[in-house]
Design a protein around this ligand. Sequence first.
Ligand code: SF4
Length: 455
Amino acid sequence: MRREDLPVLDERRPQITRKGRGAGEPACEKMSVAGTVSQRACVFCGARVVLYPIADAVHLIHGPIGCAAYTWDIRGALSSGPQLHRKSFSTDLREKDVIYGGEDKLRRALTELIEQYKPNAAFVYSTCIVGLIGDDVEALCRKFSALTRIPVIPVNSPGFGGTKKTGYKAACDALARLVGTAHPDNGKGFRINILGDFNIAGETWIIADYYRRMGVDVVATITGDGRISRIRKAHGAHLNVVQCSGSMIHLARYMEEKYGIPYIRVSYFGIEDTAEALYAVARHFNDPSVMERSRTVVAEEVAKTTKEIDRYRRDLAGKRAAVYTGGAFKAFSLVKSLRMLGMETVLVGSQTGNSDDYRKLREICTEGTILVDDAGTLELARFMVEQQVDLFIGGVKERPIAYKLGIGFCDHNHERKIALAGFAGMVHFVREVHKSVMSPVWQFVRRRGEGASSC
Ligand code: SF4
């Protein structure tokens, strides 16, 4: 059977649409359909990846060792100080613990870890097995907080308890327990929190520098290069600037409700969206000097990038791209950035987008573009062959699909080691795309699955 003839499961059909055929947005926010081998991760993974960059906390995974291995330092989130986040601790639950309970192991693990590493907080992630055996993680964490005088925070994230998005919410619930627990530094200036940037390859530093040049102070970066003491004071900010809204919207809404801090959604991917993010912050403060400085920052940065980008545009014009991201918000910026390079996005999807995201994506995509929610490996392979793509933008799980089809790949997920955010990031992005699409290696492989037997 040819890959393009592979059937799509009937239950999956509502989650796949094609612009221009009278269909609306794809159905979304559903549990994955059994049998599709979804690209989505579990609830625990969603929580873990959001909290991972908090560098001065112990991250203890209460469960079998396999869950820990799943998220063991595979991410490129950098810290300017402590490196504790790069260690992934597990209680390594075994059969005996499943029968008699894992609380004793958890107690011993917390005692040892807090004594040895002297962290500023500890996060305890409950995985599937803990959700089944019913260890009272909440009570144990409360006891340890009182005993050690550091926040010991349960993260309720059994993998079966929803989708990856449920894990984002669990992470936000954990962060909400920290915010507001220390006195904020109330200076005179304009103060923001950067939410939903994870300092992949130093991206939070790039963004924070733009704000510094605009005269805006950053109180807390949540969670990129995150520190417990700053998160505790985050309620001292005037505005939450949220990038990955899928993961951080719960915290932003909570802080708006509890502390009256408004939030705006932005993206730092691509020139247009990065500039708009800075202008949106300047508009919020409605201060002419901040606006003036934001214009200067944008003008200086754009001048540095345009020439470099123009060098590659010639080769890339007319190429076709597929984009598959975790949250859908990033996909908007990618579609726009690719368009700036003269490339067309012909397949776009995400693991956790909502109907609003897909409506906007549909608006900005061209006729014939396939929109897909919570895709499986074979679906992505099939549609990439059908759409004759030259480039696939995704994460670590999507990379092998592209290479096996003989298609260029650009890693735009948290595993990457190259900063792609901000103006400087756009230059790195264009170089990456160019290197991959124009690589001479494609002369020696059969492209687009022609005649290949398996993916
Ligand atoms: S699905 Fe359950 S067992 Fe698997 S990694 Fe997630 S939490 Fe662990």
